[in-house]
Ligand binder design. Structure first.
Ligand SMILES: NC(=O)c1ccc[n+]([C@@H]2O[C@H](COP(=O)([O-])OP(=O)(O)OC[C@H]3O[C@@H](n4cnc5c(N)ncnc54)[C@H](O)[C@@H]3O)[C@@H](O)[C@H]2O)c1
Length: 332
């Protein structure tokens, strides 16, 4: 039998459930334990996925030397502690974005991981999405010439629950961070500076957390390219994730609104479905990123999305948030 990575998952909420399912289904991993501070969630997911052990106490996972890898999908403000303990107890780590909620903590965790030689992959799953991946390959092959402009659109149909927003770091750090990462990746360039605007249009409760539900960030790359990143919680019609890279000799459009490639024609008009949510849009990407992670662990290789990528994306998101608050262009 081929070796399987014995894995535990932290956090079984909106996304953690899907990660637990993907670990359970993986040929290269075995889901041996799950942990959620909410006993009911842990119990339910353990029963659904037939996981041998569940707990509400993270210590039980860290003290178990047979567990080789952990997937961290708990709220962003809990990442730092879990990352630190996972690194110190010798686990390989897959951690959801953002790496940590605090930029200083992300630098501290990077240095802890370097000391402990921890394998850690950050959950920027767009890099594994077949459409973004194909775009990356076509850009690298020179099909559109030198990339000179990036446009990213990330719109959620509704705001997440208030308790999530409170610990999310805000729209730039929670949502735009995906586009900041994929922009660096597709454009093959660092982001030099950002100028951001934002507003609360629909969810007044966000004001309590100094957050916004709509934002636009203009970015300039060290390569001389430019771009813009829109983030929104107001796409009532569905989950709308798109991007465009304009090159000197062509342009690549990534993503569309449809889940299935069908149109329904009636006398009332022509309609098609719309992607409803992130688990549907990124089903393949969530599976592929974990498969890649387990291969990396088995081969002791370097992940496609490193801790350094996690830190860089957070630096850009912090700069965007600062620019929104100050009204100034901010160097990253
Ligand atoms: N990559 C993506 O597309 C994507 C999408 C959604 C969320 N996320 C990220 O995933 C993380 C979780 O987001 P979510 O939307 O699933 O949150 P959520 O609030 O729906 O779920 C979080 C779960 O973690 C549990 N929890 C809280 N503290 C914990 C701890 N210390 N140990 C173990 N479990 C704990 C909660 O009880 C809850 O069940 C966040 O960092 C978020 O940014 C990424």
């Amino acid at each position: 039998m081929t070796k399987k990575v014995l894995t535990a998952v932290f956090g079984l909420g909106r996304l953690g459930y899907w990660h637990a399912l993907n670990v359970a289904k993986s040929r290269n991993a075995e889901l041996v334990s799950i942990c959620d501070v909410n006993l009911e969630s842990a119990q339910k997911v353990a029963a659904d996925l037939e996981v041998p052990k569940f707990t509400t106490n993270p210590d039980e996972i860290f003290q178990d030397d047979t567990i080789e890898a952990v997937v961290i999908a708990s709220p962003t403000n809990t990442h730092f502690d879990l990352l630190k303990r996972a690194s110190e107890t010798g686990k390989a780590i897959f951690v959801e974005k953002p790496l940590t909620i605090d930029l200083k903590e992300s630098l501290e965790i990077k240095s802890i991981m370097e000391q402990n030689q921890t394998i850690c992959q950050v959950g920027f799953m767009r890099r594994f999405d077949p459409a973004y991946d194909a775009a990356k390959k076509r850009i690298a092959a020179g099909d559109i010439g030198e990339p000179i402009y990036f446009r990213g659109i990330s719109r959620d149909p509704v705001a997440p629950h208030e308790s999530f927003v409170k610990h999310s770091g805000g729209l730039f750090i929670d949502v735009s961070i995906h586009d900041f990462d994929i922009a660096r990746y597709l454009m093959n360039s660092e982001i030099q500076n950002v100028s951001a605007n934002g507003k609360v249009l629909k969810y007044p409760f966000m004001e309590k957390y100094n957050d916004v539900d709509q934002a636009l960030t203009y970015i300039e790359f060290t390569s001389g390219a430019a771009g813009d990143v829109e983030a929104s919680r107001n796409a009532y019609y569905g989950y709308d994730i798109r991007a465009e890279v304009i090159g000197r000799e062509g342009s690549i459009f990534i993503g569309n609104l449809r889940q299935h490639d069908i149109q329904i024609l009636t006398k009332a008009g022509n309609t098609h479905d719309i992607l409803p949510d992130f688990p549907t849009r990124f089903t393949d990407a969530y599976t592929l990123e974990l498969e890649d992670f387990f291969k990396v662990v088995l081969e002791k290789a370097v992940p496609r999305v490193t801790v350094e990528d996690g830190v860089k994306a957070l630096e850009i998101a912090y700069a965007a948030r600062e620019s929104y608050h100050s009204g100034n262009k901010v160097e990253v």
